[in-house]
Design a binder for this molecule. Structure first.
Ligand code: NZQ
Ligand code: ZN
Length: 397
């Protein structure tokens, strides 16, 4: 049965070659007078994109400051630095140039500047909700997190090692500029991790027990097949523009909630499991997801069997005859083979993370605490379940 839903995806998308030429005009149209450009460790400078963005803002008479040095698994200290800069320069618009890390930093700064007397970290601790947020826009350089159209914002508190998400429609970007050409400079590992993350945003919404719609399932399955096909293409031919375009657009559609319409909003426990690893071991988000998903899937599939069978048949192309359990297990194995085929890990060992027993306990504790009552819809997980997933308890022997 289709559940009621609200779909809100207000981001204006400018997609394709030379799309970045539009940045200045769009920023002005959305009210930018004093902008803060937020970017990462240098890739946007090296590619020339940052210079183009600066020129486009200047051509529209928009004043701007720059905040570089955002790192993957972006940090709260950088957010505070941006808030200080924003106050000093009366910033009224945030423009991220980069990926999920730059965009999420920009979103967090935008929350902080809109309510300057409150500590922005409280949002991530879920002790209050945001009432306001400055406008944010994105010039995307990596197809992965989907933050360019999502309500999500994920920040790591480097002092405690907590990586936490805050979701709110207030921060959905006003516009997103996406030129696939600019993703060609990505290291292969980042391209591939991005493909996994994109798939996972759809898979999190797909493996649930509550509500479904044929149109949503068809969109989800088509998106997953398209990403897999083009991820393999890019693994062999990283310069393929069309493959990059497919992946880039899929990234936005995978996380703007389109593939969750009519169901219960999604499981998202693989993400929560990964976020704790990201906070503790600073792993690349998509690779971390690839490493936890097979263990999660083997642990939960019997309680979400029809979806796992459907997935095996419609996404992974499993055509064997057998019991539902055998078909579902074949689908999980095929997913592991796919990860390996694009150079991604399929367990923590392959990810290069070897937590001690104490670290597993602590990570599980944090994951359970951060999840609150939302501990999965495919199967509701206890802290003990989380430990067993981290230790790959159900691996095939
Ligand atoms: O910092 P620079 O020099 O730009 O290098 C980055 C970084 O090292 C590099 N890169 C990006 N574009 C490039 C490039 N290198 C060469 N050429 C380019 N065109 O790639 C590295 C990763 O960048 P990052 O922004 O961290 O990647 P991604 O988009 O995967 O973002 C990951 C972050 O987003 C969060 C993740 O948890 C993680 O913190 N997520 C955010 C979500 C959201 N806001 O809705 C949802 C996701 O599930 C995810 O949790
Ligand atoms: Zn993700």
């Amino acid at each position: 049965m289709a559940y009621n839903f609200e779909f809100y995806s207000p981001t204006k998308v400018l997609f394709g070659k030379n799309a970045e030429d539009e940045v200045g005009r769009q920023a002005r149209a959305f009210g930018a007078a004093s902008a803060l450009i937020v970017y990462g460790g240098g890739s946007a400078q090296r590619s020339g994109l940052l210079g183009k963005v600066e020129a486009a803002l200047a051509a529209e008479g928009i004043a701007f400051q720059k905040l570089g040095g955002v790192v993957p698994n972006p940090r709260l200290d950088k957010v505070y630095e941006g808030i200080r800069m924003g106050k000093e320069h009366n910033v009224n618009f945030l423009l991220a140039v980069g990926g999920g890390s730059a965009i999420d930093t920009a979103k967090a700064i935008a929350y902080g500047l809109a309510e300057p007397d409150q500590d922005v970290w409280e949002l991530f601790e879920h002790t209050r909700m945001a009432q306001k947020c400055l406008p944010v826009a994105a010039v995307l350089t990596i197809a992965a997190a989907g933050s360019e159209t999502s309500k999500g914002c994920v920040i790591t508190n480097q002092r405690t090692g907590e990586k936490r998400a805050y979701d709110d429609n207030l921060a959905r970007p006003k516009f997103a500029v996406m030129n696939p050409e600019f993703t060609k400079t990505l290291p292969d590992y980042q391209t591939e991790s991005g493909c996994v993350d994109i798939m996972m945003h759809t898979m999190e919404r797909y493996f649930t027990n509550g509500g479904s719609m044929e149109i949503t399932d068809a969109l989800a399955e088509g998106l997953l097949r398209t990403v897999m096909k083009n991820a393999v293409k890019l693994h062999h031919e990283p310069g393929d523009y069309d493959a990059r375009a497919e992946i880039m657009w899929a990234g936005s559609l995978a996380h703007n909630d389109l593939t969750g319409c009519g169901n219960d909003g999604g499981d998202f426990m693989s993400h929560k499991l990964e976020h704790e690893l990201g906070g503790m071991f600073d792993v690349t988000h998509g690779a971390g997801l690839a490493a936890v998903w097979p263990s999660w899937a083997r642990y939960v599939y019997k309680e979400c069997l029809p979806r796992f069978v459907r997935y095996a048949r419609n996404v992974m192309g499993i055509s064997i005859k057998g019991t539902d359990e055998e078909i579902a297990e074949s689908g999980i194995r095929a997913m592991e083979d796919f990860y390996h085929s694009i150079g991604m890990p399929a367990n923590l060992d392959e990810l290069g993370v070897h937590p001690t027993d104490e670290q597993v306990e602590e990570t599980a504790e944090r994951c359970a605490a951060a999840s609150g009552s939302h501990t999965g819809f495919a199967k509701k997980l206890s802290r003990e379940d989380i430990v067993r997933i981290y230790t790959n308890d159900c691996k095939p022997r």
